[in-house]
Design a protein around this ligand. Structure first.
Ligand code: PLP
Length: 442
């Protein structure tokens, strides 16, 4: 293989060279088409090369692409923050936005805002953040400290903060060996036990992905879970941070996934779908209640990056949000997602290696097992996930590798999350390509 000066995820692997994209397809230099069955990393939610977005990009570039946030504000960044605050589900909380460039930065900023919220009220010991071990909140050190994604964290453990975690609401493999609803949501009350162990006076916030993505391949909690979690947080004066980086802006059939349970978070992290991959931008949204002590106190949110709130990214994100609204893509994600889920669940009847198919909207996880009755995972050394992802790519289907959600990083799974713009016949094509892939691997 020719030497590459680009550091790619797997240094010794061959990657096809993407040349252009159109709709839900990406084309490589040989003209081969790939159906983008995972929107990249659950990001390209409106598909590729949408003319309206290209136009908005060009128009903004002709005006101004960059100003530094401590020297100027811009109409584009102000408008984007206003548009996000007007999301129906949260509008009563008067949320303001802090813009960053990636989901990792959004969750780190969420953590910092939560800690500052208590500091500015003279309660500096409230500075730990509880998370769930089965979670992924980002790759930077603070965000990784919150994440139990073994593969991504184990090399850097010495640099990570040892933050408290609780098990995930993972019904397919209940961490408490119980079943819903007789379990009485032990996974939620475990948060209460953890708080009592540590002391609420040491805890600033609890963070959770509404639906667990990369670390659990779309773990959807049982009904009542988030209601109980929020109750526990409120009773103990702990802020609830929803990491909606993967689920946010329509992916699950609602603008924010927390809408499925009608539980309003205090702080929200957004990324990926906010700009559908057209530009790097992410955001931390904090309610008026959360920000107020900071406004009354130091008046500084201690976070931020050179590119925070740059007008180029803000204009693109605005155009993406407008496109999603104009084309009713969130409602469509709900309908098309139900169809995709049902079609993939049918496959589980034919392939014993498919242990579980779960999801909400256009975010579906498929977990693979060596024995579907005992739910035994494949031995790690077989690296089934990677084999499936590569075999799918050969067939022209892109899917996203994920952990199955088993503590310790065992288990194989993929996420299927095509652009919200996918058509029904394209879903059929996706399912057919996936079926062919599993047939070859089985
Ligand atoms: N939070 C969640 C839920 C994610 O899925 C991700 C990325 O996959 C992140 C945070 C980190 O986002 P980024 O890769 O943009 O830093």
């Amino acid at each position: 293989m020719e030497h590459s000066y680009l550091i790619k995820p797997m240094l010794a692997s061959h990657y096809p060279t993407a040349v252009y994209g159109k709709g839900i397809y990406i084309y490589d230099e040989d003209g081969k088409a790939y159906l983008d069955g995972s929107s990249g990393a659950v990001t390209a939610s409106i598909g590729h090369a949408v003319p309206e977005i290209i136009k908005a990009m060009t128009k903004q570039a002709e005006k101004i692409s960059f100003v530094y946030r401590s020297q100027f504000t811009t109409n584009e960044a102000e408008q984007l923050a206003r548009t996000l605050s007007e999301i129906d589900f949260i509008k009563d909380g008067h949320y303001s936005s802090f813009f960053v460039n990636s989901g990792s930065e959004a969750t780190e900023t969420a953590m910092k805002i939560a800690i500052q919220h208590w500091q500015e009220q003279g309660r500096p010991t409230k500075n730990k953040v509880i998370s769930r071990w089965t979670s992924y909140h980002g790759i930077t050190m603070g965000a990784l400290s919150l994440s139990g994604h073994s593969e991504r964290r184990h090399r850097f453990v010495s640099l990570l903060d040892d933050l408290p975690t609780i098990p995930a609401p993972y019904c397919y493999r209940c961490p408490f060996n119980q079943t819903y609803p007789s379990c009485q949501l032990k996974c939620a009350s475990d948060l209460e036990a953890a708080i009592h162990r540590i002391g609420a006076e040491h805890i600033a916030a609890f963070i959770a992905e509404p639906i667990i993505g990369a670390a659990g391949a779309v773990i959807v909690p049982p009904d009542g879970y988030y209601e109980r979690i929020k109750e526990i947080c409120d009773e103990n004066e702990i802020l609830f941070i929803a990491d909606e980086v993967m689920t946010g802006i329509g992916r699950t059939g609602k603008t924010l996934a927390m809408e499925h349970w009608n539980v309003i978070p205090d702080i929200i992290a957004l990324g990926k779908g906010m700009s559908a991959g057209y530009t790097p931008i992410a955001a931390t949204l904090a309610s008026e209640k959360v920000l107020d002590p900071i406004l009354q106190g130091s008046k500084i949110v201690m976070s931020g990056h050179t590119y925070s709130a740059n007008p180029q990214s803000a204009a693109v994100s605005l155009a993406v949000l407008e496109y999603i609204e104009k084309h009713n893509l969130i409602n469509e994600a709900e309908e098309k997602g139900a169809y995709l889920l049902a079609e993939l669940q049918k496959l589980a009847e034919h392939f014993s290696m498919i242990g579980d198919v779960r999801g909400k909207g256009l975010m579906v996880g498929v977990e693979f097992v060596s024995d579907s009755l005992s739910k035994t995972p494949f031995p790690k050394k077989l690296d089934i996930t990677n084999s499936i992802v590569l075999a799918a790519r050969d067939k022209g289907l892109l899917i996203y590798p994920a952990s199955a959600g088993i503590e310790g990083g065992e288990g194989d799974a993929v996420i299927i999350a095509p652009p919200l713009t996918i058509k029904k016949e394209e879903i059929d094509q996706l399912v057919e390509l996936f079926k062919k892939t599993i047939t070859d691997i089985q």
